[in-house]
Design a protein around this ligand. Structure first.
Ligand SMILES: [Zn+2]
Length: 232
């Protein structure tokens, strides 16, 4: 390893997460160009060396990049969120095609100027794809339907509960956000592209999903903190 080398984490469709070394990347920007920017979709050529954990990146060809459009602070926070969640949720060398397709679809939405909608969609779907999504329509304790009433969750407990079974200091999930979650699990992300989605829409659902991820990962995600600081 030299000072100018970079260690890169690639999320590949066929082999899952692969860690590689980009030789002299910080010295010569021409070699890899913008291909090493976070959340860039690339075609990667790399060499696997025997008895070595890191592959050697030979060339990267950009398929699409978030930098094709101007990136503001909100979108940078969204990109950091995707990348941190992938890094924390997925083990190395374990392909996950559904996550790969989810990521491509939310990246497309993020690159075309949306933030809160794809972030919410991604957080909720990651919770589900990791097997951590509780029943959104029924109380975990009593099994009764929320039927248009608010549901409650607690930062240190699994599942959603009704008003009768809620603990102290619980957060509320509104009936609107419950129906939105049902739609998110039925429709592709592009179905939401024409909807107005300011940062204060479905904040409760986003918190529910990001807190669920953090609780199962047993750590706080710094990108979630950044998104919350932006008011989302
Ligand atoms: Zn209940």
């Amino acid at each position: 390893m030299h000072e100018a080398d970079l260690i890169v984490s690639l999320f590949t469709r066929r082999y899952g997460k692969v860690k590689g070394i980009a030789k002299a990347a910080s010295k010569s920007r021409r070699r890899f160009g913008g291909a090493l920017e976070p959340m860039t979709h690339v075609l990667a050529n790399y060499a696997i060396k025997p008895r070595q954990e890191l592959v050697r990146l030979d060339s990267l060809e950009i398929v699409s990049s978030p930098l094709f459009e101007p990136v503001d602070y909100e979108r940078a926070a969204a990109l950091a969120f995707y990348s941190e969640v992938l890094e924390e949720c997925l083990p190395d060398s374990d392909p996950h095609d559904a996550v790969f397709r989810l990521l491509l679809s939310v990246l497309e939405q993020t690159t075309t100027g949306r933030t809160w909608m794809p972030v919410t969609y991604f957080a909720l779907w990651m919770l589900r794809l990791m097997g951590w999504m509780p029943d959104i329509l029924h109380c975990t304790i009593g099994g009764e339907s929320f039927a248009g009433r608010p549901a409650y969750w607690h930062a240190h407990a699994d599942g959603l509960v009704c008003s009768e079974h809620k603990r102290l200091a619980s957060s509320t999930l509104s009936p609107e956000s419950q129906s939105l979650a049902v739609r998110i699990f039925r429709q592709p992300v592009s179905a939401f592209a024409l909807e107005d989605w300011p940062r204060n829409r479905a904040t409760d659902l986003r918190r529910f999903a990001t807190q669920g991820l953090e609780r199962h990962l047993e750590r706080k995600l710094s990108s979630v903190h950044a998104l919350m600081k932006l008011g989302g």
